[in-house]
Design a protein around this ligand. Sequence first.
Ligand code: ADP
Length: 398
Amino acid sequence: MKVLVLNCGSSSLKYQLIDSESERVLAKGLCERIGIDGRLTHRPAGKEQVVLEKNMPNHTVAVSLVLEHLIAPDCGVIRDLSEIGAIGHRIVHGGEKFAKSTLITSDVIREIEKCSDLAPLHNPANLIGVRACRQLMPQVPMAAVFDTAFHQTMPKRAYLYGIPHEYYEKYGIRRYGFHGTSHSFVSKRAAQMLGKKPEEVNIIVCHLGNGSSICAVKQGKSIDTSMGLTPLEGLPMGTRSGSLDPAIISFLAEKEGLTLEEVMNILNKKSGMAGMSGVSSDFRDLDDAASGGNVLADEALEVFCYDIAKYIGAYMVAMGGADAIAFTAGVGENDTKVRARVCGFLEGIGIHINKVLNSATKGIEMDLATEDSVCRVLVVPTNEELAIARETVALVEA
Ligand code: ADP
């Protein structure tokens, strides 16, 4: 079956058309600046890339432009839209309602709308994509795959915050966690690399990208994760602060004469690695700056790696030990210096890597741990689109 995987943001739309039997990507691309002007970048496998500047007043126009390109004689990869057997949508927040992926019905759309309070920037945008597809291809089955669903197995002790219980009851304020599709995919693959079933192993997945989160996957189930009610909690990220003393918010507002919204904007968009270093949110720039003697860039990287190591220590306790630590996403797969620095903090608890092998490993599967290491250290490339396609096919075929 050919599955169209869509990830809709407020002004963008990423897509991949995947053949589920061969798991090959037939085409992928991106619509940007939807509602502003519009640009499509379409990459068909084995054919020339197409970049088209064209007005996209809304997501329905963007989706129909994507569909046109998928069947176009010159840059298309299928003959007819009827070849698309299903559509998988990435949905950010499923609240407590969705503990797994689901086929999309009118009821499901209403339930996803109810979760919009918890992800006001993401869920409405995701739903715009769902509605656009319904309008253009009403006969094609669609699945919703949630970033939060994998973490619904967390026990209360991991998801309750230390605030009055009524706020959990009234507003659903609790830890939800994100990147679930990636944590699930990577932990399963890590188990395979160890020659075990997911139920037989404990894995700590470090998804380190622009956004970063860590997950304790005990016997195949998420039991704790670093992101919280929103993706702002946990590690310092590209531009997000990660966890901090909540009193900093009112302190900053008062000292700098800022509104709550302005402070939150700083914490989401001007903090993290970019804010600490004053250099960039991009780890390649940070590595270059640190190598060139930039002290703040080096300190930012030190904070990032130290925090990762602390989560690893905490999750070892949470799971009663780990069989493997798995590094994934842009930084986890490629930034050899970050991996080396994190693992430097872990030597005291018996975790050791082959440093030469680590330096040579980028974007491929590898076990970096030395033989005497108490736990494996894996690099496992993530593939969220493929994971969404697999979930979608499983739901449609059931
Ligand atoms: P997103 O959260 O946007 O999906 P990615 O998982 O693509 O992010 O990760 C993006 C990050 O990965 C960027 O900070 C980028 O600098 C980093 N990255 C990509 N390749 C490398 C590399 N070779 N070395 C160091 N960092 C890298």
